[in-house]
Ligand binder design. Structure first.
Ligand SMILES: [Zn+2]
Length: 76
């Protein structure tokens, strides 16, 4: 996997995975309303994104891409 650089703060490092929604709501939906629980789980999986480990922005670009090199130069 190529390294990612944050175009918001310029940090290179391990991104954190951000999952939208709430695990508590997901469990409750599964317990009481099976079908909405399934839909909610699928929605959470499809909206899961990588975010910057430093500032939390979801503006990560691959470091070895032209965009990544531009961002790296901007933050030098
Ligand atoms: Zn950042």
């Amino acid at each position: 996997m190529s390294q990612l650089i944050c175009s918001n703060c310029g940090s290179v490092g391990t991104p954190k995975t951000v999952t939208k929604g709430s695990t508590l709501i997901e469990v409750l939906l599964w317990l009481f309303f099976f079908i909405p629980g399934v839909i909610y789980s699928i929605w959470r999986l499809t909206t899961r994104t990588k975010a910057c480990g430093s500032c939390g922005a979801e503006k990560l670009v691959p470091l070895n891409s032209p965009m990544g090199k531009k961002v790296q130069n901007d933050f030098k």
